[in-house]
Design a protein around this ligand. Structure first.
Ligand SMILES: *Cc1c(COP(=O)(O)O)cnc(C)c1O
Length: 383
């Protein structure tokens, strides 16, 4: 991992000097289900695309390099990645999880993982000590940092120390920062999750998910599971992800610059009550984030004074789109209460701080001043 991250988004060192695929710079899309064998007991290395496909392999190599793992797995969605990962646990296993997670992850744990016999303790890992929750059957700590949507920041090194001391896996959903800004495996985590739909794909045009691990044992289990359960990423989507990743750095730089501008502007608006952006010096996770990430990302959560104003903002935006998802080139505004976190029970939502006045911005790569003037316009209709 000696080369810079922008270089690693474009080039796999081990492939250099080779002119396979006619020297094509864009990796070919191997749109095939199966592979002919040169003879009995012989294989080209590929047998069937559920097991592996060259385009997906190439993407997995890139992701292994970007997160510093031993292996990576490309899945059809972020949720497929988390679902696959949780197949490594057994009924009776206990997981300590951050309470403020992407709504789909909470839905998965509450409705599927629990049915499969897993036990969970949910807590705010930015404020509470997960070590106190460890039981004899605890197998893993699961966190997002910053969290979706409340932007809590946990200390990855500290979590890794606890996990290591008790023989637990530390799993980090790194979707919000992407490998460009944060590499949890280097900070001691064992497994990294990504919704590739977000910053890695980057263009709001496809879905994908990743698991990257630095544990050979976990990697071996996952190779068996991806072939067995079958949610591997399709060749064309793998190609879209390969293309998206080429500009990851440029997009992360521009969108986080815009986010810093918007966070500062939002703070000064009369109808805005709170701005949750770890790049603001007063954010409680600001210093930890500086010690473990190379940037603050482009996600901002904020609250306004009334629910009516929150809804008015969603109604009035034009260039900024009122839509779910995040991490693409276009700026999106989301209403967690009825969108990403609609299936999270209301009392859990409120306990996590998500109220009907909460809005979330995924800041894109537009010109920052145009984003400010759009919001200025929208806010002027709220008084
Ligand atoms: C979107 C998201 C997911 C789920 O990913 P999909 O690709 O939508 O399945 C998981 N974690 C976080 C933090 C997300 O934002």
């Amino acid at each position: 991992m000696s080369r810079g991250i922008n270089t690693r988004c474009l080039h796999i060192e081990a492939d250099e000097g080779k002119t396979e695929h006619f020297g094509s710079l864009s990796y070919p899309i191997y749109q095939t289900a199966t592979y002919a064998h040169p003879g009995v007991g012989k294989s080209t290395g590929y047998d069937y695309s559920r097991l592996q496909n060259p385009t997906r392999s190439q993407l997995e190599k890139v992701m292994t390099e970007l997160e510093g793992g031993v292996d990576a797995f490309a899945l059809s969605t972020g949720m497929a990645a988390i679902t696959l990962l949780f197949e490594i646990f057994r009924p009776g296993d206990h997981i300590i999880s951050e309470a403020d997670l992407y709504g789909g992850s909470i839905r998965l744990f509450d409705n599927v993982s629990k049915k499969n016999g897993l036990e969970f303790t949910f807590l705010d890992c930015s404020r509470n000590d997960p070590e106190k929750e460890i039981r004899p059957n605890t197998k893993a700590i699961y966190i997002e940092t910053p969290t979706n949507p409340m932007m809590h920041v946990s200390d990855i090194r500290k979590m890794a120390e606890i996990a290591k001391k008790h023989g637990l896996l530390l799993i980090v959903d790194n979707t919000f920062l992407s490998p460009y800004f944060q590499n949890p495996l280097e900070l001691g985590a064992d497994v990294v999750i990504h919704s590739g739909t977000k910053f890695l794909g980057g263009h709001n045009d496809t879905l994908a998910g990743f698991i990257v691990t630095k544990s050979p044992e976990v990697a071996e289990k996952l190779r068996f599971l991806i072939k067995t359960t079958g949610a591997g990423l399709a060749p064309f989507d793998s190609w879209l992800l390969l293309r998206g990743i080429k500009t990851l750095g440029l997009r992360m730089e521009q969108s986080s610059k815009n986010a810093a501008l918007l966070a500062g502007w939002l703070k000064k608006q009369k109808i805005v009550k709170n701005v949750y952006y770890p790049g603001l010096p007063e954010h409680p996770g600001h210093e930890i984030m500086k010690s473990q990430a190379r940037g603050f990302g482009s996600m901002i959560t904020f609250t306004v004074d009334t629910k009516e104003h929150a809804l008015r903002i969603l109604e009035e935006v034009r260039m900024i789109k009122y839509a779910e998802s995040l991490g693409g080139v276009e700026t999106l505004i989301t209403y967690p209460t009825t969108q990403t976190h609609a299936d999270v029970p209301e009392e859990v939502r409120l306990r996590n701080g998500i109220t009907p006045c909460t809005l979330r911005l995924s800041v894109g790569i537009e010109d920052g001043e145009d984003l400010v003037s759009e919001l200025k316009n929208v806010f002027s209709r709220c008084t």
